[in-house]
Design a protein around this ligand. Structure first.
Ligand SMILES: Cc1cc2nc3c(=O)[nH]c(=O)nc-3n(C[C@H](O)[C@H](O)[C@H](O)COP(=O)(O)OP(=O)(O)OC[C@H]3O[C@@H](n4cnc5c(N)ncnc54)[C@H](O)[C@@H]3O)c2cc1C
Length: 439
């Protein structure tokens, strides 16, 4: 079964390939097909906890930034569902994640280029085509778009723990309802950690919640205007041109612009903690202990519980905490999908063993230049901290679509950034900002 030859096949249908599919919907001359192994669209179901909110403006939806007349915008979704006025009246500072997920699901149900319940198993390159073996047969394409998300990041000390003693935040919504543990340690001071602490307190059955974070404090997402300039095409463009050493340095420094906790979540948790203290004065037990600046360095099993050893960065002391359950809100990491294994030897990798990405989000490989493999959610160190976020998803999709079409179908011209990040240097004979002579 090798009949189908597409201009592009997409592996995985999370928001990022969904955005690409929605942008291609405006380009009838191009044939695309996207596969996801899930039976239907579902956005991070394991973190769909009660009351969770978006960290991004709804204008940064799947399409609007580069195609505001698309039928697949969040505003079109609101109008179609007759909620336009009520949505405005609700005056959300942050939109509920559940509503955004419903929008994504609505787009996924409306696009005919998507196939669910189909896993991508292997990809081979031959005769100037990619041959894509899926769980439902083989298809071919001139280009690939890999949007399979990231893998759970689990610290070494937790790798051998059984499921009864630890789970990753990506499973939280499925596991929290049946938590019987009296003492729970939540590791990780980002947004997921905060949401899980809140949900554990909601259960009302846990005697002790220890919130442990390596960061010096429970730190806010910096969503102020100049920091938000990092989430613009102009910044991404300039960032991509930097040497790898500087890109790695900048992404480390910019952690709180992408991975901090929303101010509204921090305020909610602080008030919660304050109320627990007031109740404690009246004799109630306070179930929450806040332990930022703690790096977990070891773990000892103790029958049905564990003892964590931590290094306290505040006073450089050593501490221990006993827990019956550990929730690992320790984030996600790039993992090369198994189906690309047959091509691995032909792909260029950076010093972190991540594929090197060109400006158009295609990876460097030794295949024909008309056969591109676009990699989504793998460019934090090549394109900057905005790449794994929704902020520039619509723009990235338009960049990829233009590359596949071979013309500027989407107008991607931008004004200069408001910040002069660097001066463009003449090509010859001038010192670079790093003190070396430019070639
Ligand atoms: C809880 C949470 C909340 C977030 N909230 C925000 C936010 O508010 N704002 C923001 O900008 N960013 C947010 N992000 C970051 C980012 O926008 C999301 O992680 C986003 O889901 C990334 O989309 P994706 O398409 O790369 O991957 P995913 O959403 O992970 O989707 C990947 C898809 O690929 C499929 N798949 C995997 N392997 C295969 C295969 N071999 N064959 C077929 N299908 C496969 C999976 O089934 C899955 O459906 C959030 C992240 C998390 C974890």
């Amino acid at each position: 079964m090798t009949d189908d030859v597409f201009d592009l096949i997409g592996a995985g249908i999370g928001p990022f390939n969904l955005s690409l599919a929605a942008q291609f919907d405006a380009v009838p001359a191009v044939s695309v097909r996207f596969f996801d192994r899930r039976p239907a669209f579902d956005w991070h179901p394991g973190m769909m906890l009660p009351g969770v909110e978006m960290q991004t403006s709804i204008l940064k939806d799947l399409v609007t930034a580069t195609n505001p007349t698309s039928p697949w915008s969040f505003i079109a979704y609101l109008v179609r569902h007759k909620r336009f006025y009520q949505f405005i009246n609700a005056e959300y500072e942050a939109v509920p994640r559940r509503e955004f997920a419903d929008y994504l699901g609505w787009v996924a149900r409306g696009l005919s280029s998507l196939s669910f319940g189909v896993g991508v198993e292997t990809v081979e390159a031959k005769d100037r085509l990619f041959s894509v073996m899926t769980s439902k047969g083989r298809s071919c394409a001139r280009n690939l778009s890999v949007g399979v998300g990231k893998g759970a990041s689990v610290p070494d000390w937790a790798l051998a723990l059984p499921k009864s003693l630890a789970f990753h935040s990506s499973e939280a919504a499925h596991r929290l309802g049946s938590v019987k543990a009296r003492r729970v340690a939540v590791i990780g001071g980002g947004q997921s950690g905060a949401e899980i602490v809140d949900a554990l307190l909601d259960l009302g059955t846990v005697d002790k919640v220890e919130w442990i974070s390596r960061r010096p404090n429970f730190e806010p997402l910096d969503a102020t205007p100049f920091t938000n300039e990092l989430f613009t095409p102009g910044y991404m463009d300039r960032f991509h041109e930097l040497p790898e050493e500087l890109r790695l340095l900048h992404t480390k420094r910019q952690l709180l612009a992408s991975d901090g906790v929303s101010a509204s979540t921090l305020k909610k948790l602080y008030r919660r903690f304050y109320e627990l203290r007031v109740a404690a004065e009246a004799g109630a037990d306070n179930p929450l202990t806040l332990r930022p600046f703690r790096d977990v360095v070891g773990l000892e099993r103790n029958g049905a519980s564990v003892q964590l050893t931590m290094r306290n960065g505040f006073d450089r002391s050593s501490e221990t905490v006993d827990a019956d359950l550990i929730v690992l809100a320790t984030g996600y990491r790039y993992v090369m999908p198994d189906f690309l294994a047959p091509l691995k030897e032909r792909i260029a990798f950076n010093s972190l063993q991540e594929p090197v990405l060109r400006k158009d989000f295609s990876l460097e490989w030794d295949g024909p230049c008309e056969n591109r493999i676009f990699l989504l959610n793998a460019g934090r160190h090549s394109h900057g901290i905005a790449e794994p976020q929704l902020s520039l998803a619509a723009w990235r999709s338009a960049v990829i679509a233009n590359a596949v079409i071979g013309s500027n179908f989407f107008d991607l011209d931008q004004l200069d950034p408001v910040i002069l990040w660097n001066e463009t240097l003449p090509a010859m004979g001038f010192a670079t900002p790093y003190g070396e002579a430019a070639e």
